[in-house]
Ligand binder design. Structure first.
Ligand SMILES: NC(=O)c1ccc[n+]([C@@H]2O[C@H](COP(=O)([O-])OP(=O)(O)OC[C@H]3O[C@@H](n4cnc5c(N)ncnc54)[C@H](O)[C@@H]3O)[C@@H](O)[C@H]2O)c1
Length: 311
């Protein structure tokens, strides 16, 4: 049992990075995935066990997974354009509810789960954990409900020696995301366009910004969350990166000089800005993102870079 952990969504973008890094740190990692989106190629080099199962079916995977001291729950429907409300709620919320019950029955010490900055909707920036949730689609609603499930679960089990930590990831990018296809990050989409010799297309005038965070930082936040106090915390950099800055960084790694092709935004509503406040996470987890978007883009597409603060 010592050092044994379960990672759900193991063949997916973030889950596969968590699996590989925790193994590298000496943990015995059991991965779980239903391979609906995730791909075995994401697990190249990972030598742990992989259980093929629906995360909602604990009766099936429980005996196969066996005893673990922590769970890193990444499995979810992650395509925010999926509109089937019942399906989204079953996979994201109901599976999480049964996973928490399984964890409590099996004396798991820590459950770290992926929430999302989507819970903030179009709340003003910088987005802070104290703001009331404002989900604008069923995906974001499912993530906000997961947080309510976790809080209620802890209230009902006050003597349980298990922490339950939700991580509100902002805009994550990095190795392993390509199997998400259209749901992969904007950085990946722009990279593909430019690599194909096309000018990168963004809404007029590219000055919209996001809190882009590198997957290596997200993995580090997961590892720190295992020992943190129960709650839901931002996983963000606290830095703004505009679409124009992303294009400039991509030109840098590709050795190109593409000017952005601006086009009119067809949406009546569009979130022009996303930015998280990292302060509460720094206090509770001791986490600070190490990569700027530019350094992360180099590390991702060109080979290892020195993270900020590493010198
Ligand atoms: N990537 C981001 O920018 C981002 C932002 C906020 C939150 N998140 C959250 O992070 C987590 C990981 O996301 P990701 O970007 O790695 O996406 P992903 O789609 O690559 O990974 C999700 C994985 O879960 C698996 N899965 C889906 N349904 C399942 C089921 N019923 N049973 C077992 N496995 C199932 C998929 O096959 C996939 O491998 C998700 O919970 C997502 O909501 C991601």
């Amino acid at each position: 049992m010592k050092g044994r952990v379960l990672v759900t969504g193991a063949a997916g973008f973030i889950g596969s990075n968590v699996c590989k890094e925790l193994s590298r740190r000496g943990r015995t990692v059991v991965g779980l995935d239903d391979f609906s989106v995730g791909h075995f190629k994401n697990l190249a080099g990972f030598q742990g066990d992989v259980v093929a199962a629906d995360v909602g079916d604990a009766a099936y995977w429980g005996p196969r997974v066996g005893p673990v001291e922590a769970i890193f729950h990444q499995a979810a429907i992650t395509d925010t354009t999926v509109m089937d409300q019942l399906k989204m709620m079953r996979v994201n919320v109901e599976a999480f509810r049964s996973l928490l019950d399984w964890a409590a029955r099996n004396k798991v010490r820590s459950v770290v789960y992926a929430s999302s900055a989507g819970v903030y909707g179009d709340s003003p920036v910088p987005m802070r954990e104290s703001a009331a949730p404002k989900p604008l689609n069923i995906y974001a609603f499912s993530k906000a409900t997961m947080e309510s499930v976790a809080a209620d679960f802890l209230r009902r089990n006050p003597r349980l020696k298990m922490n339950v930590v939700g991580l509100r990831y902002f805009n994550v990018f990095g190795p392993g995301e390509s199997f998400k296809a259209k749901a992969a990050s904007m950085i990946w989409q722009l990279y593909l366009q430019m690599k194909a010799g096309k000018r990168p297309r963004v809404f007029e005038f590219g000055d919209q910004y996001r809190d882009f965070i590198y997957v290596k930082d997200v993995v580090a936040a997961n590892a720190l969350a295992e020992k943190a106090k129960s709650g839901a915390y931002n996983v963000c950099t606290g830095r703004k990166t505009t679409f124009n800055q992303i294009i400039a960084a991509l030109n840098g790694v590709l050795g190109t000089d593409f000017a952005p092709e601006y086009f009119k935004n067809p949406y009546s509503f569009y979130q022009n800005e996303t930015l998280g406040d990292p302060a509460a996470t720094k206090k509770a987890l001791g986490f600070s993102a190490q990569f700027t978007a530019e350094a992360a883009i180099r590390d991702y597409l060109q080979g290892p870079a020195v993270p900020v603060g590493a010198a």
